[in-house]
Design a protein around this ligand. Structure first.
Ligand SMILES: Cc1ncc(C[n+]2csc(CCOP(=O)(O)OP(=O)(O)O)c2C)c(N)n1
Ligand SMILES: [Mg+2]
Length: 564
């Protein structure tokens, strides 16, 4: 059955809970992350006896991060929790999924409709029965409470299709006395067709092609929606058909393989490599595809793009200079452009005052290990880079882990996951649970600061429990290094932990403590070779050390402050 189609005759015997499970499976969801509670136990029991695998996490916010990463890797994810205490704990994770366009289905149990008759103060209740729903209505593309068996199937269909189409989270509240109810009659939902207005499409493609053809030095900038809508191959086809070089934003890092000959690197304003920033900003036609123009992606707004030289195409907007087009799907626009543009020799477009930047591998140069040298963040990333292949997923947490990873060269397509816009600390370890669950065949490496690790690192417990062989690298600079850079204060210090001993506490995996390049090299080699259990590498980092990217950002911000 196609995603967008709702219930069929044979579904009429299913209960509401069974129907939800079936529809999740239709969308490719095979795992549900969460933590039980009495308002959701009936549904949990149903899940346990279904083809879906329940992944019990240590906290609901972690389950939300895991479901988010799972959705990014798998196409759709689900988290299921109890009412109030569970639901409200997931709010931050769902907010991140909304901001970064990750299709997570958030399912919350709730008091039964029959229990609410005399308006009792049942446990976990906050203000009104609808309070939690109202919170999630603000954080999701759509939110509904199942209240009527007749419309329940239609509501489920609508929510799932909305998550799928908009690549945003949705919220579904399931009162506990409706889970096993088999509707006597059910409504169906048929999603309206998604298609471009042919005339608007033709005109947009024509106008964009004319602008690109008239440009001497066009450049493509790939954004995150290309990943979410599965348009990576179409984008590469467009670059190859036209010969136009391509950069990517930080949030979209690795959407295009970073070793593709037309790939020039990340465009991230003053935070990025100067050659790439200069090249993009000197271009007379910047074609932004599926980009969210966030401050991080634009190097904390140090980027300098002239709208009259810009084509901005996204899932909900198409602007060519100051002309706005409606009803043009991103995929049709990309494919249309690929067909309309003549092939030009890349070299002929890249002359002029700013030369074509070398790809990131060539720019980084050869890496030679200095075994006795004290390890730094940048050198750690260079060493990690040597171990990446197209079977590795790298997850970066917020802090210098994120900035430093922009220096990695990701070989495959979309093997890099980070909360690079919403930037909620504590994402990486739970996200490793989600990513490895979605793709057990891939190697998963999580890079996380010590501060972020102290927030959600205990989710390693789930990693141990499920026998997930992931590698977690803790960058231990004894506190909030990124914040030290902004504002020094004792509030940036944290209690030092013996991170390397955690495997003993958690009952599985191997811990390493390293200070030099040689020690890191040895630990990483062993960790990546260990496919039986998780590895945790604690890396001592000097207090004043920071990655090249963070250094560039600090210098760029300082220049901006000086310029007033
Ligand atoms: C949930 C959350 N709380 C607070 C912040 C603000 N914040 C941004 S970076 C940072 C410090 C990160 O410390 P750590 O994880 O050790 O990484 P480092 O900066 O040392 O590399 C903080 C507190 C945040 N981004 N997210
Ligand atoms: Mg730190």
């Amino acid at each position: 059955m196609a995603h967008g189609q709702g219930s069929t005759g044979s579904d009429e015997k299913l209960s509401i809970g069974q129907y939800l499970i079936k529809r999740l499976a239709d969308y490719g969801v095979r795992h549900v992350f969460g933590l039980p509670g009495d308002y959701v136990l009936t549904f949990y029991s149903m899940l346990e006896h279904s083809p879906l695998d329940l992944v019990n996490c240590t906290r609901e916010d972690c389950a939300g991060f895991a479901a988010d990463a799972y959705a990014r890797v798998n196409g759709m994810g689900a988290v299921c929790v109890t009412y109030g205490v569970g639901g409200l704990s997931v709010a931050n994770s769902i907010a991140g999924a909304y901001a970064e366009k990750s299709p997570v289905v958030m399912i919350s149990g709730a008091p039964g409709l029959n229990e609410r008759a005399s308006d009792p103060l049942l446990h976990h209740r906050v203000r009104e029965w609808r309070t939690q729903l109202e919170v999630f209505e603000k954080l999701c593309a759509a939110g509904l409470e199942i209240v009527d068996p007749v419309t329940a199937f239609r509501d489920i269909d609508f929510l799932l299709e909305t998550a799928w189409r908009q690549k945003r989270p949705v919220y579904l509240e399931l009162p506990r006395d409706l889970v096993t109810v088999v509707p006597e009659q059910s409504r169906t939902y048929v999603a309206p067709p998604r298609r471009s207005d042919p005339e608007a499409l033709a005109e947009a493609v024509q106008e964009a092609a004319a602008k690109i053809n008239a440009a001497r030095r066009p450049v493509l900038v790939a954004g995150i929606e290309l990943h979410r809508f599965g348009l990576q191959a179409d984008t590469v086809a467009l670059a190859e058909a036209s010969g136009i070089p391509i950069a990517a934003t930080m949030l979209a890092k690795s959407v295009v393989s970073e070793v593709h000959p037309l790939y020039i690197g990340l465009y991230e304003g003053a935070m990025g490599r100067k050659e790439v920033t200069d090249y993009v900003e000197a271009s007379d036609c910047v074609i932004l595809l599926g980009a969210l123009l966030t401050d991080i992606d634009l190097g904390i707004f140090t980027a300098d793009l002239d709208p009259t030289r810009t084509i901005f195409a996204a899932s909900d907007d198409l602007r060519i200079s100051h002309h706005h087009f409606h009803d043009v799907l991103l995929e049709d626009f990309i494919r249309g452009l690929a067909a309309a543009l003549p092939h030009r020799d890349t070299c002929s477009m890249t002359g002029g005052p700013v030369p074509l930047p070398a790809g990131p591998t060539a720019a980084a140069g050869e890496f030679r290990l200095e075994p006795d040298a004290v390890i730094t963040t940048t050198r750690l990333v260079r060493r990690l880079d040597c171990s990446l292949d197209d079977k590795t997923i790298v997850i970066a947490d917020v802090g210098d882990a994120l900035f430093a990873s922009s220096e990695l060269v990701i070989r495959g397509q979309t093997e890099f996951i980070a909360p690079a816009y919403y930037t909620s600390m504590g994402f990486a370890v739970p996200a490793a649970v989600g990513a490895k669950t979605a793709r057990p065949d891939l190697t998963v490496v999580a890079l996380v600061g010590d501060g972020a690790f102290q927030m959600t690192g205990m989710e390693l417990s789930t990693i141990v429990r499920r026998g997930l062989a992931v590698t977690v690298i803790v960058l231990d600079n004894k506190g909030y290094g990124t914040e030290r850079l902004l504002h020094e204060g004792s509030f940036n210090d944290i209690n030092p932990w013996r991170y390397e001993l955690l495997p003993q506490v958690l009952g599985g995996g191997t811990g390493y403590e390293v200070r030099t390049e040689g020690e890191f090299d040895a630990a990483l080699t062993k960790a990546l070779a260990d496919t039986s259990a998780m590895s945790l590498i604690r890396v001592h980092i000097a207090l004043d050390d920071r990655s090249i990217t963070l250094d560039r950002l600090a210098a760029g911000l300082a220049r901006r402050v000086r310029a007033g």
